[in-house]
Write a protein that binds this ligand. Sequence first.
Ligand code: G1P
Ligand code: ZN
Length: 544
Amino acid sequence: MNIKTINTTPFKDQRPGTSGLRKKVKVFQQEHYLENFVQSIFNALEGYKGQTLVVGGDGRFYNREALQIIVKMAAANGFGKVIIGRGALLSTPAASCIIRKYKTFGGIILSASHNPGGPDADFGIKYNAANGGPAAENITEAIYKLSLNINEYHILETTDIDLNTLGEQKVADMSVEVIDPVTDYADLMEQLFDFRAMKELLTSGSFKMSFDAMNAITGPYATEILEKRLGTAAGTVTRGKPLEDFGGAHPDPNLAHAKELVALMSGDDAPDFGAASDGDGDRNMILGRDFYVTPSDSLAILAANATLVPAYSKGLAGVARSMPTSQAVDRVAESLNIDCYETPTGWKFFGNLLDAGKITLCGEESFGTGSDHVREKDGLWAVLFWLNILAVRKQPVAEIVTDHWSKFGRDVYTRHDYEGVSTVGANTLMQELRKSTDELTGKSFNDYTIRHCDDFSYTDSVDNSTSSHQGLRLLFTNGARIVYRLSGTGTEGATLRVYIEQPEKDPAKLEADPQESLSDLIKLSKSIAQIEKHTGRKQADVIT
Ligand code: G1P
Ligand code: ZN
């Protein structure tokens, strides 16, 4: 056995963000950069000797190289076994499923999610714990602190591992098992949903759907589940082959980046149902014919219809949403008489609530929905959930959503992103808002009066840990909200996200265009934070 201990010096920029460490590929390719971070992960963990680690990624550029390094370092650091998806592939939800199913010690996921891929684009790495979920903040902070003082790492000197042949091989004392990346996940989906009813709908001849895998990881998963197991027509899955650079596209399932699907879904001949997932398979976008379902509404509708799905037929323990997600699900929770938790942005905050059985469903406005079946958000799961509802209710998507609005009201909602702005400007904007929270409370702007203004702080009800500075909230007396926060997943400059929301009960206004209904609040969001002064931007770059 040839374990090498390599001397290294720290990099100062290895603090994980909203979802792991994300940097340009070129940053990760610097000598020792990835190794330092992986060793810091191992150094932050206790009791892993002889245990099993799951490793896989979304197939983006540098995925295979990084995986080879991680496996050799896992062997040198004393792991007993590594489970990898064939071809170094595992979607994020599938990795979570496998960590849980095989009761492993944890896993390392290689992904920069919806960020572009390729030699000049992004790469990322994150650690997930034994529950299958992203490591909690105390662990990610410990990793960061260790990365600041690291002076050596351990790696096995050996030839590359065969990533393409299923089965077990030995790497020094450690065993490496290459598994099919899809089967365990597809089996889990089959246990949760009523595949018989869904198959009946999908093969009836009167229902058409299209799934855009965006040249990313969900291609093989969607092909197996939708086309093979549920019998949808061949070609239902488009852009189904994972590519290292996602075909040059931005693998983010939203109205701006899934344009072909959005175009396909309009007009009389459009399919009845359209959906897309992101680079690593944890996000989803849901479309009906000529109809877009916002992620916040989707969460509320899944909650309201959960008992139609076998896995949730006994009802929900509770629900949770990230703070900037609309309050639509809150009203569903109220009517079901279950708890609704408001957490900071990022899936890691749902983990404790799911583990403690306090919630069954959770979601974020950023196209993320999930449940206690894994500990990550799950794109295909959300698509299947919708298909299960459609199979039972036999109504068009648009009708299900508008029915929901007439029953619960609508949270008219939009997110305005100012991307790649100066970090100094963005930080100043946030600091100034933070300083003026007291002054803003009680202030009126035409019809809008601020009832409460704060920098969101969250105390986890399970472990009592507190996370502060999670976004500036302006809560208005009429239920409207404006929220400001800076993105924690970008790799260049800063991105200011502004979330704008207004509850609407007036039946005449339920179906209006959100950009129009919210125009006063949008203007207010710009003037209160002096967005143009601090960022130089008059308009947001991406509006969803
Ligand atoms: C974004 C989303 C957030 C999501 C994260 C990972 O983070 O806003 O909801 O959990 O990506 O998919 P942000 O860039 O805003 O920090
Ligand atoms: Zn993702």
